[in-house]
Design a protein around this ligand. Structure first.
Ligand code: AHR
Length: 516
């Protein structure tokens, strides 16, 4: 009798566990589609602003530095960015762009005037890193440069001259000057921002006024003979300013407009951002809420773009995104230096999944920023350099670059905190040119594993391999003392049976599966 009761008890426990697990289960339905869009590699773009230690004492140490460098740019950073397959790099800002006068940054370094970086700490810069340094770096990286033009405090002629300087192959005052400065052939810069945050640091303009200003600047930015023409990007909305997008799409002729920008940072509260390490679960949850807001923002801005441009000629360019917290203790508040933890890995995995799933209209994006600023992929200290969890996510995910999206339908349990809920799991999938399928899965739940089953029968795959990024605690991060604490690892907690792939996602983990 005692034995019978024990068996019944054990069965009940097993059943209740089973129902608990099932209640947590997420499912993905693959919807194969031949005309699904390509995931533009340019959504994996980065951003390098003259801000804090991003350029000076970050990327750029100068040719005389003891740190091994190429034309003053650290070789370790160049190699890490090449590994990342960085497709484009935005420069020189940001807010800095609307104060920057490019002519002060070319010619002999010793003759260059200084500039006070008024947005970021009022530091005096010597203009030693200029147009040649940036464009040569992009060439070295195999990345497309994305130049942000000065509209706020610069003249139309100045921007038109910049285009001619970097793009014109014939004889002209600007191309002759470029040659005098040591560069014979033009670089051929396609991507141009026409101002930055025109609603704020770029001039505090109303969008109705900026749309006219844009028309003027864009008109005089001749392509200078660049094959295919320039790709001009209008300074876009902040977050949910849908009126901004509406007016840009309505009032700017679409032959002058290739991209409309959008900026969204995952910040809890601009007056109480919270620390980048040492945060509470509540702060984590709120950051996730902000990161997940990207889904709604992109959906709604795209709806407006669809209304004015049903054929999808103008792209959405999310040229600033990422987590933003308080600066690290004892660092210059104007330098925006923060650590990068597993929380940031969650933001990166989730945001890239959102961009993939909106690949029809989101064609470009730039994580803010590349080195030592905000959600950086690389941090430096003297000659040391570390790769952050965000770096690892972007590298794991780069298999999606230029692959064809596989649309999916996802049902996910919630990640609940107090009375609030968020989808615990997010995902995306694609098929590359060699026919390999990649599925990226993120479980943002701080405490619970989630099992996800994906019906991959339609894809006729033989098997999968996988990598995971996770750690013991959400606050774990790489440090200069322990640079490899967080690293992608081989992942085996999945099985494929009769076309159903079942994956067990630990709390706060990112998994990328490759199917052949
Ligand atoms: O990335 C930091 C700053 O955030 C940029 O300079 C500006 O465009 C935005 O407000």
């Amino acid at each position: 009798m005692k034995n019978k009761l024990q068996i019944i008890g054990a069965l009940l426990v097993a059943l209740s566990c089973f129902s608990l697990v099932s209640a947590q289960d997420a499912t993905i339905r693959i919807i194969p589609s031949d005309d699904a869009p390509t995931i533009s590699r340019h959504i994996y773009g980065h951003f390098a602003e003259h801000l804090g230690r991003c350029i000076y004492d970050g990327l750029y140490v100068g040719e005389k530095s003891n740190i091994p460098n190429t034309e003053g740019v650290r070789n370790d950073i160049i190699n890490a960015l090449k590994e990342l397959k960085i497709p484009n790099l935005r420069w020189p800002g940001g807010c800095f762009a609307d104060t920057y006068h490019w002519k002060d940054g070319v010619g002999p370094q010793s003759e260059r005037p200084t500039i006070v970086n008024t947005w970021w700490g009022n530091v005096t810069e010597d203009n030693s890193f200029g147009t040649h340094n940036f464009l040569n770096l992009c060439e070295e990286l195999g990345a497309e440069p994305y130049l942000a033009g000065n509209v706020g405090s610069g003249e139309v002629q100045e921007l038109a001259d910049w285009v001619q300087y970097v793009n014109f192959d014939g004889i002209s005052p600007m191309s002759d000057w470029r040659k005098e400065n040591g560069r014979d052939k033009p670089w051929g810069v396609k991507y141009w921002g026409v101002g930055n945050e025109a609603w704020g640091c770029g001039g505090n303009m109303r969008v109705e006024y900026y749309a006219d200003i844009y028309r003027k600047y864009a008109t005089f930015m001749s392509d200078a003979g660049l094959e295919g023409g320039l790709y001009k990007i209008a300074s876009g909305a902040s977050n949910d300013d849908y009126h901004w997008t509406e007016v840009l799409m309505r009032d700017i002729p679409h032959n002058l407009l290739q991209g409309v920008a959008l900026h969204h940072y995952s910040v809890i509260d601009w007056n109480a951002k919270g620390p980048s390490v040492g945060f509470s679960e509540e702060q984590y949850f709120k950051t996730m809420e902000q990161a997940w807001l990207m889904e709604e923002l992109v959906t709604k801005h795209v709806e407006i773009m669809d209304k004015y441009d049903p054929k999808g000629k103008v792209d959405l360019v999310v040229d600033e995104w990422g987590g933003w917290y308080d600066v690290m203790e004892d660092t210059n508040p104007g330098f925006l230096y923060q650590q990068n933890t597993m929380r940031d890995a969650m933001i990166a995995g989730m945001t890239l999944n959102i961009f993939h799933n909106h690949a029809r209209r989101v064609k470009m994006a730039n994580l803010a920023q590349v080195v030592n600023v905000l959600q950086a992929v690389i941090l430096t200290e003297g000659e040391k350099m570390i790769l952050t969890p965000t770096y690892h996510v972007m590298k794991m995910y780069n298999v999606h670059q230029d692959a064809q999206l596989i649309p999916i339908e996802l049902a996910t349990p919630d990640y609940a905190y107090n009375d609030e809920k968020l989808p615990a799991v997010n995902a995306s999938a694609s098929k590359d040119a060699e026919g390999k399928v990649h599925i990226s899965l993120v479980n943002i739940d701080a405490n619970k594993s989630n099992t996800i089953s994906v019906d991959v029968s339609a894809l006729k795959l033989k098997g999968f391999t996988a990598e995971i990024l996770t750690s013991k605690t959400l606050e774990d991060h790489n440090t200069f003392e322990s640079p490899e604490k967080i690293q992608p690892e081989k992942f085996k907690k999945f099985k494929l049976k009769k076309g159903i792939l079942e994956v067990e996602l630990p709390p706060f983990s990112v998994v990328v599966l490759e199917g052949n």
